[in-house]
Design a protein. Sequence first.
Length: 288
Amino acid sequence: MSSREGKLIKQRIQANREELIGRMLQAAPKDGTIEPFKGFRISRSSKTAESVLAVYQPSFCFVVQGRKKALLGDEVFQYDPGKYLIFTVDLPVIFQVEEASEENPYLGFAIHLDPSLVAAVMMEAGIEAKGSKVATKAIDVSSVDLNLLDATVRLVRLLENPKDYQVLAPLIKKEIIYRLLTGGQGARLAHLLVSSGETHRIAKAVGHLRDHFDEPLKIESIANQLGMSVSGFHHHFKSLTSMSPLQYQKTDPLRGKAGQQVVSPATQRKETCSAFAGEAARINAFYD
């Protein structure tokens, strides 16, 4: 790449980021989180803050302005306008806005990763959905390249016209997924598709722990049901989720705390992933 080409790319990146900030400020004129369209949440915060621990669905998270981090067990994942966050199984995460002010509020958005859309993109692009390796963790932070940035700008532009969004957003979301697939996230996105192998078994175990959060944890029984050894189950579960099964169950917000009402799995999924009013809106304000 020549110096002139490099300069032009930097100019495009800067122009894209400035446009994103302007459009996001217009779409989110005050602090909080809104879901203008199903599966697409945008967030604004004028101060640093920490979200409540909650279980979140697979998503692509993008910071437009400011800085944020996600806490999963003992691991920390920091991301900013130059890096995005992606996770491909339901995970109990705490999000923290690390950089925000009244003058330069935190701005971000999150897109739900729909398995059917991922499968469609892989089929159209001729990308084989090989069995996902459990060694590939379900959460990752990676650099934003120009092609991915271009696609996100075009998606945010559609916020101004709902009719355009309904028609064009699916196409742009497919492009974003394609950019993720060709940008090193293929094995991770395959977590959403595999119907056999260790990854599928661990995904079933995650669902079991969520649906039976109030029951004693019987590792040997779960491992036997999945056709895995106890040691193999422990190893693969932690490789995928960064947590042991016991850690996952103890940190799962469905369990609640002393004196708090325990929320059912169906209700919790609705509040943390679909409804954006009251407490759910406060929780998800720091997700994007």
